[in-house]
Design a protein around this ligand. Structure first.
Ligand SMILES: Cc1cc2nc3c(=O)[nH]c(=O)nc-3n(C[C@H](O)[C@H](O)[C@H](O)COP(=O)(O)OP(=O)(O)OC[C@H]3O[C@@H](n4cnc5c(N)ncnc54)[C@H](O)[C@@H]3O)c2cc1C
Length: 177
């Protein structure tokens, strides 16, 4: 198996996929919290929709986030993209009109993103919708490609198949001693 560093263009293609589910990590008081959710790439931002809850409250307190998106084709063929970014809330104010129009255009294409969020968990429980975006600060990607597939040697490192699991475990145990 070969592991290849992805270009920014390739990373963006993964982020722009039709059914992207991101693992979004935020942190408060040194406690990380990761949730799966839908995000959609538009320019330098990933747009999302949520109701008020733990992740939104934590990102309001600390807007620095990290997220991961992956494509798993098989054990030997996958891509993983990691983004560092900053949470920006888009309340319904004149200053956010343009950005909310971008979000609206995205959400119209994906009703399944926001319809479940509006279903009350308990009778009469109010749900407050939140439109937000993550401003991308940096992006990096790696992918595994099958042996023999076309690749750029400058971007690739080869993962040599170990001789067997027992040998790998012995090596790991030795290292710890
Ligand atoms: C494929 C997929 C796509 C999703 N897309 C969206 C989306 O676009 N927008 C959106 O708002 N939400 C989406 N969700 C749901 C999302 O993962 C959260 O469950 C939800 O947003 C509530 O998060 P919260 O931080 O507000 O949790 P709260 O309702 O505040 O609950 C907090 C506690 O509930 C538990 N909890 C919350 N979420 C999860 C979870 N997913 N799994 C296990 N335990 C959990 C944790 O213990 C957490 O501490 C999606 C989930 C999946 C699986």
């Amino acid at each position: 198996m070969l592991i290849e560093a992805m270009t920014e263009h390739e990373c963006r293609a993964v982020l722009a996929g039709e059914h992207v589910v991101a693992h979004l990590a935020c942190a408060r008081n040194n406690q990380p919290y990761v949730v799966p959710l839908h995000l959609h790439l538009d320019g330098e931002y990933l747009y999302g929709y949520s109701t008020l809850g733990q992740k939104i409250e934590w990102m309001q307190a600390n807007p620095l986030v990290c997220l991961e998106v992956d494509e798993l084709t098989s054990e030997w063929q996958w891509a993983s993209v990691i983004v560092f970014g900053k949470y920006e809330e888009l309340p319904d104010t004149p200053a956010n009109e343009e950005s909310r129009l971008v979000a609206e255009r995205i959400f119209q294409k994906h009703p399944m993103w926001w319809e479940p969020a509006l279903v009350p968990l308990a009778a009469h429980e109010p749900r407050f919708p939140v439109v937000f975006r993550i401003r991308i600060a940096s992006v990096a990607g790696r992918r595994a490609i099958a042996d023999g597939a076309a690749h750029d040697p400058a971007r690739v490192s080869e993962v040599k198949r170990p001789s067997g699991l027992p040998a790998v475990l012995r090596r790991l145990t030795k290292r710890r001693e």
